[in-house]
Design a binder for this molecule. Structure first.
Ligand SMILES: [Zn+2]
Length: 232
């Protein structure tokens, strides 16, 4: 069985007061996606179509809140891989689109083979639990960063990379242009490392759940609580 673990970060933060949260999620844009699988190792994606296609090469897609969140962001993004090929026998150009255009159809394809740790835990507990609380309770680990930090890092990386080097070069400051470029790359790397760290955190939590047949989380009162799981 080939499993792939994944997580994405978005360019905007989800509005917690949105009247229709599902609709709000569909308007978010991915900044970076990180995957880990035994067959391909660690991979980063900046295009949702390429990420969805890569995920669907695997039998099972594992993540945290991916059914509700990540899969929806991918499906409602209009990006789809397109391949053009030339058939020398018929003399015709062929256009191949491996993923469906309709968001609902792509969402179904992703959901059909996904295992969502949050959805599973929510069904057992009757309430949601955060990845940070599970990481601390089960693995004794802190999350490296937070969603809001990732949003700001992405904005900084984009602005520093796309705007300021040109402005500085225009006014003859080559060294300044190089420095902001480097700083932009540094924020980009931090963002990507965080995204990968979360994908790998889900992997560790999943493996912990299989080995121990339970996971633990820290509740809002600071108590460690244990929940039995049947993951495999
Ligand atoms: Zn793979």
């Amino acid at each position: 069985m080939s499993d792939i673990f994944y997580d994405i970060e978005t360019k905007e933060l989800l509005d917690q007061n949105a009247t229709d949260p599902d609709a709000a999620i569909r308007t978010l844009h991915m900044s970076v996606g990180a995957t880990w699988c035994e067959c391909h190792g660690e991979q980063f994606f900046h295009n949702t179509g390429e990420l969805a296609e890569h995920l669907l090469l695997h039998e099972r897609i594992i993540g945290f809140s991916i059914k509700h969140f990540d899969n929806a962001v991918l499906a409602w993004s209009p990006e789809r891989p397109v391949r053009e090929s030339f058939d020398p026998i018929t003399g015709k150009h062929k256009i191949e689109k491996p993923l469906p255009d309709a968001p609902e159809d792509l969402k179904k394809m992703l959901d059909a083979r996904c295992f969502d740790l949050l959805a599973d835990l929510e069904a057992r507990l009757g309430h949601r639990v955060s990845l940070a609380a599970l990481a601390e309770g089960s693995l004794g680990k802190q999350k490296m960063a937070s969603g809001p930090q990732a949003v700001v890092w992405n904005r900084l990386a984009a602005t520093l990379r796309d705007r300021w080097p040109y402005a500085l070069t225009d006014v003859g400051d080559q060294e300044g242009a190089q420095r902001v470029n480097e700083l932009g790359r540094w924020f980009q790397e931090r963002l990507e490392q965080y995204c990968m760290a979360d994908a790998l955190l889900v992997k560790k939590l999943f493996e912990y759940g299989i080995a121990n047949k339970r996971v633990a989380y820290i509740d809002f009162e600071g108590e460690r609580r244990v929940v039995k799981v049947q993951w495999r």
